[in-house]
Design a binder for this molecule. Structure first.
Ligand code: PBG
Length: 324
């Protein structure tokens, strides 16, 4: 009790603060999301995500090399699909010569040690902008998971180390695991977006991929922001179905969910510090209202403290410079 106990003793100098620090962010904790588009030597600024770009495959590989050399171990790839290649069946999503698998192949050839993960969902390929096949205004679960399983095999064939289903259909982890096994991809992993909320924080991302839903919203498959028990259940189901990593998304407003999931599952837990979280900090930084870099580092650390083993974040490229 005071005065014998004084918390300030272990905060008195930088040295003692370094000694008692409980959590830290390492470059290898970070997953860099990357957007690939068709073309050559092309790079486009995403207007709602200041400082973030879509790259043609050649420039994406160059950028990934830079990140890898700085200590980032993993990228999460998203493909930007032109309007004329979108339909309701996800035809382009399962095209082995499509942009995503072709980029994976080149990326793995160029940087074999880079852990390449691919987004598995239909929304960037869907004429409706939904994560599944639409019939009579409804998202049809079991037809969708079949396509997602095929899509995962296509990515695995191209050399993806892990596929990352972000669709929130029921049973897709089981279906994907089964398809990967049947096709001999025993070592291709699954990072499941297990507790993915129907969040408005995804707005800037949907600009980045031009993938906003054409009708309605995603509330029949993505989770209600009010729920946490349901997140535990979803994460447990995905673990049982064969997920190697489970993810909670978004990040900062959902760190209680990260903690709850971390205390329940035995696989590593990732968190996705999403586009809206990134853009808010960028906007406030630009106005001079916040110290952008300090907020970035504090946010990433908060994710770790909450229990995340891995953090997918648009801050990864910038953060790694400060971590070195
Ligand atoms: C699509 C997908 C989304 C994100 C990742 N994969 C958007 C959505 O579900 O509408 C969001 C990422 C972000 O906002 O950074 N399946």
């Amino acid at each position: 009790m005071y005065p014998f106990i004084r918390g300030r003793r272990t905060r008195a100098s930088q040295s003692i603060r370094d000694m008692v620090r409980e959590h830290e962010v390492r470059p290898s904790d970070l997953i860099a999301p990357m957007f690939v588009m068709e073309g050559r030597t092309a790079k486009q600024l995403i207007s709602s995500m200041p400082g973030y770009f879509r790259y043609s495959p050649d420039l994406l590989i160059k950028e990934a090399r830079t990140l890898f050399d700085k200590g980032i171990r993993s990228v999460l790839l998203f493909g930007m699909v032109p309007e004329n290649k979108k339909d309701n069946k996800g035809t382009e999503a399962v095209n082995p010569n499509g942009l995503l698998p072709q980029t994976v192949k080149k990326l793995k050839d160029a940087i074999p040690e880079l852990h390449v993960m691919t987004d598995v969902a239909l929304d960037p390929f869907s004429s409706y902008g939904h994560d599944g096949i639409v019939e009579d205004g409804k998202i049809i679960n079991d037809k969708t998971t079949e396509v997602l399983a095929q899509m995962s095999v296509v990515h695995a064939k191209a050399g993806a180390d892990m596929v990352a289903p972000s669709d929130m259909m029921d049973g897709r982890i089981y279906q994907i695991r089964q398809a990967l096994e049947e096709n001999g991809f025993h070592d291709t992993g699954i990072m499941a977006y297990s507790a993915k909320y129907a969040s408005v924080f995804y707005g800037p991302f949907r600009d980045a991929l031009d993938s906003a839903p054409g009708f309605g919203d995603k509330k029949t498959y993505q989770m209600d922001p009010a729920n946490v028990q349901e997140a535990i259940r979803e994460a447990q189901l995905d673990e049982d179905e064969g997920a190697d990593i489970v993810m909670v998304k978004p990040g900062l407003p959902y760190l209680d969910v990260v903690r709850a999931v971390k205390e329940t599952v035995e696989v590593p837990v990732a968190v996705y510090n999403v586009s809206g979280e990134y853009s808010m900090v960028k906007a406030a930084g630009k106005e001079g209202w916040l110290d952008e870099q300090a907020v970035m580092m504090e946010s990433l650390l908060a994710c770790k403290r909450a229990g995340a083993d891995l953090i997918a974040s648009y801050f990864a490229p910038e953060a790694v410079d400060l971590l070195q």
